[in-house]
Design a protein around this ligand. Structure first.
Ligand code: FAE
Length: 547
């Protein structure tokens, strides 16, 4: 194994306990464990850590949606790009023959620098399900702020590594409320189509949906929605549907049908590694430093910017601090990462001319979760594809769009589970806390109440119609709502406020924001298509005018 491969998998970082547990999937993934030949090739550029003292024309902080769009388009325009990513490259199988751990059997690969898992669903039948793991630079960060836990992907590919793959373009009539300063026609005629193509978005074959065992849970969700008068909508995704049909036929290794989702998907999901990052590799003009974390950006004497970067090992310890320079720097560290960096850089005097909008306008996309207990005669199926394909649209009437989400435990649970995106109006602010040396977020737990009320506009009615009740065992004991978290952080460096209308940071030429931080708190649907489309729009303008 090469040094870089060893570093990126950090095989010594797997706990023996985690490994043993990891091979015991009750969903049957073990049938393929150890078959390294079944592992798909990953197509992101190989790790090529930046040397201290280097100068690069363009430096991109983060390798998620915004960062990948920026790097691809800059490279296609002839610019040499270096991407800095604090997480691992996720390109080499672990001891179980798989790159990613299964959802039901989290191990050290699953969480970012934690000694105990922090699963979004913390209990089952009322019993806590979190377990001890060894501290490791795993794939899912459960970052805790006052009042809210923000889940984010860590690694080359950012959130695309861990997300549900739901690739939703907002309804055109809702766009004005999402990004009021952006031309709607341009987005819907050019940039949303470009993003959907680039991401490989597709919708499930409705005929297959109607018959596949693994979508029984979603058909039950559809039936209940429609019987209460709510529209059911198919939701496009980035899963390879041909692959999933082969999973169902038993002819290929399973990933969606093995319940893989939250800690990575080994086969069928088209994460950025298989789309934008694969195209980036083809350009030959982009290099990536995984396990590198940007800590400072400040103007360099003579022009451009000095960037300070900590190289870390798989326990999170800094092994080397590097200083490089760049002509242009793109902040693509995600809503939280970019906001934290910018409030720090403004407050500590590295970038004092950033305006007072920095850190503002942060929202949780109105996320709230709940489960419903169905009748014994209405089973949702022991086999559930981990990729959601449908939602309940009550946005205009009740302020909620609810994903019909799987609960892929491998056993019949008689449960319907939902992640609702709601029109929650509350917005929080990041600020620098000099005493603790970290950025705080002033979100308050009570600010989730509007989301609960909006989700209830759907589920109270369904429960009344079906004669069913809410599950109270998934988020604690006798707790109905998963109101402690978000999967969809948005805002903190809002477009046309902290930046100009194309993401150029006010106060500094050559500094750009190009990720979810630009979007003021809500997209009315799942956000990554909008983040990608906005990045496509902004980078096109930046390349045309600033290079
Ligand atoms: P993101 O993808 O988070 O990329 C930022 C990258 O920057 C990460 O790789 C970080 O590790 C890295 N980074 C951060 N700070 C630094 C630093 N200082 N130095 C170097 N690197 C750094 O940002 N969205 C959907 O549309 N559909 C879904 O089905 C969906 N499901 C989700 C499920 C889960 C469990 C989670 C956590 C998220 C889900 N999302 C979903 C949200 C979606 O993944 C998220 O909005 C995007 O990934 C955000 O894209 P960005 O480019 O803003």
């Amino acid at each position: 194994m090469s040094d870089s491969a060893r570093r990126s998998t950090g095989s010594k970082g797997f706990s023996r306990r985690g490994f043993i547990v990891g091979t015991g999937s009750i969903l049957g993934a073990a049938a393929f464990a150890g078959r390294a030949s079944a592992t798909p090739p990953q197509a992101a550029p190989a790790a090529a850590p930046i040397p201290s003292g280097a100068h690069v024309p363009a430096l991109v902080i983060g390798t998620g949606y915004g960062g990948s769009v920026a790097a691809l388009r800059l490279a296609q325009a002839g610019v040499d790009v270096h991407m800095i990513e604090m997480g691992m490259s996720w390109d080499t199988p672990g001891p179980d023959g798989k790159i990613f751990a299964n959802t039901t059997t989290p191990d050290s690969r699953s969480f970012w620098l934690r000694t105990k898992t922090k699963q979004p669903i913390s209990n089952f039948l009322g019993f806590p399900i979190d377990k001890d793991i060894s501290r490791y630079t795993g794939i899912l960060d459960a970052e805790e702020f006052s009042g809210i836990t923000v889940y984010q992907g860590r690694g080359v590919g950012g959130g695309s590594l861990v997300n549900g793959g739901m690739a939703v373009t907002p309804k055109r009539e809702n766009f004005g409320a999402i990004l009021p300063s952006v031309n709607v026609d341009e987005m819907y005629n050019t940039y949303y189509p470009r993003a959907n193509t680039g991401l490989g978005v597709a919708t499930i074959d409705p005929a297959w949906f109607d018959t596949a065992d693994c979508y029984q849970y979603a058909r039950v969700g559809r039936k209940h929605a429609q019987r209460s008068g709510f529209p059911f909508v198919f939701v496009p995704t980035v899963y390879d549907w041909d692959y999933m049909k082969q999973e169902a036929a038993g002819t290929v290794p399973k990933s969606a049908l093995a319940g893989e989702i939250l800690y990575g998907n080994n086969y069928g999901k088209k994460s950025l590694q298989k789309t934008y990052l694969a195209r980036i590799k083809e350009t030959g003009k982009v290099t990536i430093s995984p396990l590198h974390k940007v800590t400072s950006v400040s103007p360099a004497t003579g022009g451009g910017y000095t960037v300070v970067i900590d190289q870390i090992d798989t326990t999170g310890v800094t092994t080397l601090t590097k200083t490089v320079t760049a002509d242009k720097v793109f902040f693509a560290a995600g809503s939280v990462g970019t906001s934290k960096l910018l409030v720090k850089l403004k407050a500590t005097g590295a970038l004092p001319n950033l305006n007072s909008e920095i850190g503002q306008g942060w929202g949780d996309n109105g996320n709230v979760m709940c489960g419903r207990a169905n009748h014994m005669w209405d089973p949702t199926g022991a086999l559930q594809a981990s990729i959601p394909t449908g939602g309940i649209d009550n946005w205009n009437a009740g302020g909620a769009f609810a994903e019909i989400a799987p609960l892929p435990t491998g056993i019949e649970t008689f449960a319907s589970f939902y992640l609702s995106i709601t029109k929650n109006p509350n917005r929080a602010r990041f600020s620098w806390n000099a005493a603790t040396g970290r950025a705080d977020l002033d979100w308050q737990a009570s600010w989730k109440q509007p989301s609960i009320d909006m989700a209830k506009s759907i589920f109270d009615k369904i429960n009344a119609k079906e004669g069913t009740i809410y599950r109270t065992d998934l988020f604690g004991t006798y707790k109905v709502w998963g109101d402690h978290l978000t999967y969809h952080p948005l805002g903190g460096a809002v477009l046309n406020q902290a930046t100009d209308n194309y993401g150029r940071l006010h106060g500094y030429s050559g500094l750009y924001v190009i990720d979810g931080a630009l979007i003021p708190g809500n997209t009315s649907v799942n956000p990554f298509v909008t983040i990608t489309a906005l990045a496509e729009r902004n980078i096109e303008k930046i390349i045309a005018t600033d290079l």
